[in-house]
Design a protein around this ligand. Structure first.
Ligand SMILES: Cc1cc2nc3c(=O)[nH]c(=O)nc-3n(C[C@H](O)[C@H](O)[C@H](O)COP(=O)(O)OP(=O)(O)OC[C@H]3O[C@@H](n4cnc5c(N)ncnc54)[C@H](O)[C@@H]3O)c2cc1C
Length: 579
């Protein structure tokens, strides 16, 4: 059996930053990262626009308190304010640390780190490396992993958590994993397991996320009978490139681009007269869908009534576009043949980020319920809900969360494992269970291809749990996803082999996508109010009296049960949110 003091599942920003911190605190600890991709192919590498911190290099009046206020207001007051205080207070320090690790940020004339405007932030505080910020940061972190001697299991797919004491205090003893190269199954035990498994964009049919963002970590936690928090809050990014859905970074609007409807009008004036194109994402996404619904969307032949609006950069000039937003220009050119310096880009909202996730305290300890923690289990990054984003995340706060909480959780783990012995694990039993799961899937004689069922699940989620929701729609979605879940037994695999069986991985991911979808639908159904990204047309107002609280959803094969947990309010009392 394999064993390490700590195993981290996920090689993106959160996982890598945590691994480095554990080694910095105690270089004798044996730390491993497991990732189903190569770490530098984690979705973090695709982050474009930047990472927020009140460095005050451009706007000297900025402060961590202003950053905290913008974050809490952006969250529609659902964020836990103790967690937001850590996020924003530690932000300047973690950026300087990244720089010392070798990250090349874009610069001001005087050599200091440049900062740009971003939606919902009241000062220019987003640090960036052109529009390839995630690439710049992740590459340096992965390089540093080698230097610090972190063991990396790349292209291993983690199947499940090993949980002991189910029913009492859940105690995590390790994970079971499958080697994509050759089909080997292995058990890893550890004094602490950390999840940094990223988001779930692939639960929906149009997303900016990579193919690996299938919510595996969330589904494993749900299957273990542990709760998932605030899963109804799905972020739709306003500017997904139409029709593919890949991201056109918010940095484009940060640099001054306009949104226009079929009449050429800057329609944001109707929805957020002060912040215009730089209103938060939930508001901007709803505005775009409302314009499209009102018949002011655009068709490919230029007529009105179509499915998208225009993102217009043409007034920025080619030089600025090429120096600040080269990747965005290249994307529109490569995928649609558009020269963004002279032509507008067609965009519509695309699923981008999951505000909810695995509930954790500010040290990343995973919660067993509203009042109790698990043992041996930590999480950080997009898969975790600490909650700094509440009902709506501000752009450039997510990379920041990965780095601040990656570091915090790394420290907490280093101290936690000092007092913990290696747990016992019945290796054979777990290997047998995983072997059976895989053999059964390979032997399944269905009549349905994986992608057919996946498409139906993704269409169901997009149709019944999109930007606008009602009880009636969500009820239909719940019924539909139950039907689809029953059809999982009908999928079949052509590839019965053990080497690079991508079909098998897709089948395993599909199982997770369905579970995550079901949890999102139930959480959305029970929140009978509109807050941040969760907009209920049948309950259009925020209802602090009944719903200023976090959802905790417990999955079981027979259904989902919902409980709630209080919001931590320490600095800012809830107010009406206006932009
Ligand atoms: C296109 C795009 C642009 C973005 N731009 C910005 C931005 O400019 N600023 C910002 O703040 N945020 C941005 N975001 C959001 C931000 O990039 C992500 O929230 C963040 O990078 C997530 O990092 P992570 O470490 O939590 O997870 P990821 O980087 O998603 O990594 C997840 C890791 O988990 C592994 N994994 C998952 N499941 C398994 C399994 N079953 N077995 C083994 N390994 C597994 C994967 O292989 C991967 O290594 C952007 C997101 C997208 C999609």
């Amino acid at each position: 059996m394999l064993e390490h003091d700590v195993v981290i599942v996920g090689g993106g920003l959160a996982g890598c930053r945590a691994a480095l911190e554990i080694k910095r605190v105690n270089s004798n600890l044996d730390v491993a990262i497991i990732a189903k991709t190569h770490p530098i192919r984690s979705h973090s590498v695709a982050a474009q626009g930047g990472i927020a911190a009140s460095l005050k290099n451009v706007d000297p009046q900025d402060s961590w308190q202003a950053h905290a206020f913008d974050t809490v207001k952006g969250s529609d007051y659902l964020a836990d304010q103790d967690a937001v205080a850590y996020l924003t207070q530690e932000a300047p320090e973690v950026i300087i640390e990244l720089e010392h690790m070798g990250v090349l940020f874009s610069r001001l004339e005087d050599g200091r780190i440049a900062q740009r405007a971003f939606g919902g932030h009241s000062y220019r505080r987003t640090c960036y490396a052109a529009d390839k910020t995630g690439h710049a940061i992740l590459h340096e972190l992965v390089n540093n992993l080698r230097r610090y001697g972190v063991k990396v299991y790349q292209e291993w797919y983690v199947l499940d958590l090993i949980v002991a004491n189910q029913g009492k205090t859940p105690d995590i003893h390790g994970v079971v994993m499958y080697h994509i190269h050759d089909g080997q199954i292995a058990v890893v035990r550890a004094k602490a397991v950390m999840f940094a498994t990223g988001g779930y964009g692939r639960v929906f049919n149009t997303t900016s996320n990579d193919f690996a963002s299938t919510g595996d970590g969330l589904a494993m936690v749900a299957r273990a009978g542990l709760p998932l928090e605030d899963m109804e809050f799905v972020q739709f990014h306003p500017t997904g490139l139409y029709p593919v859905g890949v991201l056109v970074s918010e940095a484009v609007r940060g640099e001054g681009a306009y949104l226009r409807n079929s009449e050429g009008e800057r329609f944001m004036a109707r929805y957020a007269p002060q912040q215009m194109e730089l209103a938060p994402r939930d508001i901007t996404s709803r505005a775009i869908v409302m314009e499209i619904r009102a018949g002011r969307g655009i068709n490919p032949d230029g007529t009105s009534g179509g499915p998208y609006v225009h993102l217009d950069l043409t007034h920025l000039g080619r030089e600025k576009i090429m120096s600040r937003l080269p990747f965005c220009w290249e994307e529109a050119h490569r995928l649609l043949g558009i020269d963004a310096a002279v032509q507008p880009i067609p965009v519509r909202p695309t699923v981008h980020y999951c505000m909810g996730g695995i509930p954790v305290n500010t040290d990343g300890r995973v919660r067993a319920n509203a009042s109790q923690l698990t043992e041996g289990f930590f999480a950080a990054g997009e898969c975790a809900c600490v909650s700094v984003h509440g009902a709506n995340r501000l752009g450039s706060n997510s990379l920041l969360e990965c780095v601040v909480y990656g570091r915090r959780v790394g420290r907490a783990i280093a101290h936690y494992v000092a007092h913990r012995t290696m747990p016992p694990v019945a290796e054979k039993e777990h290997i047998q269970k995983a072997t059976d799961l895989i053999q059964n899937l390979l032997a399944q004689r269905g009549d349905m291809r994986i992608h057919q069922l996946r498409q139906k699940v993704q269409d169901c989620m997009t149709e019944y749990c999109g930007v606008f929701r009602t009880a009636l729609l969500i009820e239909k979605g719940i019924q539909e996803i139950q039907n689809l879940k029953a059809q999982y037994e009908r999928i079949y695999l052509d590839d019965k082999g053990n080497y690079w069986n991508q079909e098998l991985i897709e089948a395993l991911e599909l199982r997770n996508i369905i579970i995550v979808g079901e949890v999102i639908l139930h959480s959305a159904y029970h929140r009978r109010e509109s807050r941040g990204a969760h907009y209920r047309e049948d309950f259009p107002l925020r209802d602090d009296q009944n719903f200023l609280k976090h959802t905790l959803a417990y999955y079981s094969p027979t259904g989902v049960t919902i409980e709630y947990m209080p919001v931590v309010i320490t600095m800012f009392e809830p107010q009406e949110r206006k932009y």
